[in-house]
Design a protein around this ligand. Structure first.
Ligand SMILES: Nc1nc2c(ncn2[C@@H]2O[C@H](COP(=O)(O)OP(=O)(O)OP(=O)(O)O)[C@@H](O)[C@H]2O)c(=O)[nH]1
Ligand SMILES: [Mg+2]
Length: 391
């Protein structure tokens, strides 16, 4: 599957940069392309210069709203992010139009955090515009949710998230949810290591996008998972997971690879990787709420047998009984077996509900506070009424 990737704001830009890196890896090691164009859009010039893989020209790192923000971001005011995106949307549409392999691309992937101002304000607007222009291609939004400490300390982070999620979900074909907090839990040393978190966020996309682009027979599975399967699966609220399991290298001539014992060991490893993928989903959710699901097994050809693929399918079916399940196998490198899982069309997402409920509570208090500020400003004006002005 080939994507046009566009990141908005600091978080979106950095993850888009990470996907550009995955494309370079696919090109160098696998001779295939998975990203036909990678762009970063921001109101902050410094954030754009901090990227490393997206091409460093103004057609790939796109500064918007420079007149309004002086190139310094919108300071979490998502309404301003949205307004600037509307005004400068032509800049983004123009570069998309000049993407070389646009017509070979299968979909758009737009990325932003929900808690900031630029990305969370711009992503719904741009999703809608791109959908209007390129109706034949799906537009998927990746939304990165704030860390717990941000939710606790910044009302804006919760409010922006609610507004962004509602707006994006009305226009995107699927909204892929990534909870920043989950990545700290995986490894506490990551708290200060955003780059590592971004690499973990991007990783599940690698094999998923590569599998359908392979041309060499030896890397084509019994059942290929291609762009069509992914497009059929992605819809509505979506989460993604990835798990791996090291395989022992079988070098001894005395161990028969297809002996019964070896086979059950492989199945066990496969289940282990599937378990890891499910328990490390990008957002905590209940697989029973998924109406669509997909899994991809990537393993050395010799380790992949149909029993394993089938067992993984049976296992997922138990976990997600309602879901239409699509699957594939991808014969790849030695010594490693990994599983990528997507749960889509989730009909219950507790975290999203919480944002909506909390923000609904915040709105009257925020209005009250704004009225109070207005009142106080009026009092000052009133007191200054008889003072001469130099202007
Ligand atoms: N995973 C991840 N989260 C990030 C990154 N950068 C920022 N965030 C999160 O994104 C939210 C802040 O949004 P930003 O993307 O920095 O904001 P922005 O879109 O640039 O908007 P403004 O700076 O307000 O103009 C917070 O919840 C951060 O924790 C990143 O590189 N990776
Ligand atoms: Mg910013």
């Amino acid at each position: 599957m080939k994507l046009v990737v566009i990141g908005f704001g600091q978080c979106g830009g950095r993850i888009a940069d990470e996907l550009a890196r995955l494309n370079r890896r696919a090109r160098n090691y696998r001779r295939i392309e998975i990203v036909s164009g990678a762009y970063a859009v921001n109101t902050d010039a410094a954030d754009l210069s901090g990227l490393s893989t997206i091409r460093p020209d103004y057609q790939h790192r796109i500064l918007i709203g420079a007149r309004k923000t002086g190139g310094h971001g919108v300071g979490k005011i998502n309404e301003l992010g949205a307004e600037i995106a509307k005004e400068d949307s032509d800049k983004v549409i123009d570069v998309i139009r000049s993407t070389k392999r646009l017509f070979e691309s299968d979909a758009f992937l737009l990325i932003a955090s929900s808690g900031g101002g630029t990305g969370s304000g711009a992503i719904p607007i741009m999703t809608q515009l791109i959908k209007e222009r390129y109706g034949d291609k799906p537009v998927y939004a990746v939304i990165v949710l704030p860390f717990e400490h941000e939710e606790q300390n910044e009302e804006r982070a919760v409010y922006n998230s609610a507004v962004c999620l509602k707006s994006v979900s009305l226009v995107a074909d699927a909204t892929i949810l990534i909870d920043n907090q989950r990545y700290i839990r995986k490894d506490y040393s990551l708290r200060n290591n955003i780059a590592k978190i971004n690499a973990l966020i991007a990783e599940p996309f690698y094999n998923l996008l590569c599998a359908g682009e392979e041309k060499k027979l030896k890397h084509i599975g019994v059942k290929t998972l291609d762009a069509g399967d992914i497009i059929q699966t992605l819809s509505g609220w979506t989460v993604i997971g990835y798990g791996k399991s090291e395989l022992p290298m079988i070098t001894s001539p005395f161990i028969k690879r297809n002996s019964f014992r070896e086979k059950s060991k492989e199945t066990h490893k496969g289940m282990q990787a599937m378990d890891a993928a499910i328990s490390e989903l990008s957002l905590k959710c209940n697989p029973q709420d998924a109406n669509k699901a997909l899994y991809l097994l990537t393993a050395p050809a010799k380790e992949t047998n149909m029993d394993l693929v089938k067992e993984l399918g049976d296992y997922l079916r138990e976990l997600a009984p309602k879901a239409v399940i699509r699957s594939g196998d991808y014969p790849r490198r030695r010594g490693m077996l990994d599983v990528t899982v997507i749960m889509s069309e989730l009909d219950t997402v507790e975290k999203v509900m919480n944002y909506y409920n909390k923000s609904a509570e915040l709105i009257p208090a925020t209005k009250e506070r704004q009225e109070e500020i207005k009142g106080k400003l009026k009092d000052i004006e009133e007191a200054a009424k008889d003072i001469p002005s130099l202007l």
